[in-house]
Design a protein around this ligand. Structure first.
Ligand code: ADP
Ligand code: MG
Length: 385
């Protein structure tokens, strides 16, 4: 139904949409999510020609919208938009806001338009308020009027740009309920939203936009439960990250620990979690001292996954160094005849310490890079070292 190909939008020197391509079928409900400023509004505005795309093509039902002779008014009626800030006419009643376009643009008779628009107001639960002016309505009611007005032109596609962002939290659900109803009626919709739970259960597909591209798209289960790419994961989980690169045995531990402390305090991590991160970084530096002496490049990275309360750390390094945990694992198993590890060697004490700091430790090599991944304990370790 809608085919978007390599859509580009520049504002002067700034490239906002950097080649967007997507196919949208009739009846699909697409949620568009992504960080602020990534171009979500610009994409919707390009689709119904409120902005003129710089290049690319948009085809709706086989009609190329960017052909010079495209009927812009007809495009906007067929692909009508609901704005964050309602955009109702202040000097007109709710009903007049709805009937204006059908009467003016479609030449519908006043009586007929009023009758149909009353039905729409009834559908959004506001027939009783038909003769109220916008200032006499709550935010949620205004947005429901705006949605009904959008439907008055009988569009095939509706575009909603953060329809609940300007609302008091108590009014969000009444507006979402109306949008949900439209979605169930089989209307084709593109919704830019920050309401993740809503996007999850109303959409057929989710587009995650980042820096002017569709960075990842998929069914809601994929995007919300199992995002495939790093930035999508970071966005979905509210990840906060910090990292520190070093390549010398003289790494400034005071500076590094100071940064870990600042990061931890900002993320409201427990004292123990911060201490565990500091100890982990210190032990890892000891463990890889021989490689550091040779000038190998390392990076210690930490992320805190807000929605899961998970604390992960990585040591990124060149591939080809031995995975010390693998070797130690074998050693411990070989010597394991009912005796505890005697921990005579410094390295082994370090390994045991590190094992006590992390619930899981994984080693992974890709190309010329390798990393150790730790899920870091945030409680005191149960096992005494
Ligand atoms: P989002 O809706 O994802 O928050 P927008 O599409 O509103 O992002 O904006 C994307 C970028 O384009 C922003 O950096 C914004 O400043 C810029 N932008 C949007 N509209 C204009 C405009 N009319 N002129 C110049 N820059 C604009
Ligand atoms: Mg926006």
């Amino acid at each position: 139904m809608i085919s978007i190909e390599n859509l580009v939008k520049d504002f002067g020197d700034v490239s906002v949409l950097k080649g967007i391509s997507s196919e949208i079928s009739k009846g699909e409900v697409i949620s568009i999510i992504g960080p602020s400023g990534c171009g979500k509004s610009t994409l919707l505005r390009c689709l119904n020609l409120l902005e003129e795309p710089t290049s690319g093509s948009i085809t709706v039902d086989g009609v190329d919208l960017l052909k010079p002779k495209a009927d812009v008014a007809a495009v906007r009626q067929n692909m009508n938009m609901v704005f964050q800030s309602f955009n109702l006419y202040a000097h007109m009643t709710a009903l007049e806001n709805l009937t204006l376009a059908p009467i003016k643009l479609r030449g519908t008779a006043k009586e007929e338009a009023e009758e149909r628009c009353m039905d729409l107001l009834r559908m959004v639960g506001l027939a009783e308020r038909a003769h109220y002016f916008p200032h006499e309505l709550s935010g949620g009611q205004k947005q429901r009027v705006a949605i009904a007005r959008c439907m008055a032109m009988v569009p095939e596609i509706i575009l909603l740009d953060e329809p609940t962002s300007a609302l008091d939290p108590t009014m969000v659900s009444e507006v979402l309920a109306v949008i949900r109803k439209l979605a169930q009626q089989g209307l084709t919709m593109l919704i830019v939203t920050h309401e993740m739970d809503f996007a999850r259960d109303v959409s057929t597909r989710v587009l995650y936009m980042d820096e002017g591209t569709i960075y990842e798209e998929g069914p809601p289960e994929q995007i919300f439960d199992n995002p495939q790419r790093e930035r999508t994961r970071a966005f979905i989980h509210g990840v906060r990250a910090w990292s520190y690169a070093f390549s010398s045995p003289d790494v400034d531990l005071f500076a590094m620990h100071g940064e870990i402390n600042a990061f931890g305090e900002k993320q409201l991590l427990s004292r123990q979690a911060i201490y565990n991160l500091q100890l982990l970084s210190e032990e890892l530096i000891q463990l890889f001292m021989p490689q550091l002496r040779k000038g190998a490049q390392f990076e210690f990275a930490v992320e805190y996954v807000d929605t899961q309360g998970a604390l992960n750390a990585w040591l990124k390094m060149p591939a080809g160094l031995q995975n010390p945990f693998d070797a130690a694992g074998k050693k411990v198993r070989e010597g394991d005849v009912g005796e505890e590890d005697d921990g005579k060697e410094d390295d082994e004490i370090g390994l045991v310490l590190i094992r006590n700091l992390a619930a899981t430790i994984e080693y992974q090599e890709t190309g010329d890079k390798a990393q150790l991944t730790f899920s870091v304990n945030q409680e005191p370790s149960k096992q005494a070292v």
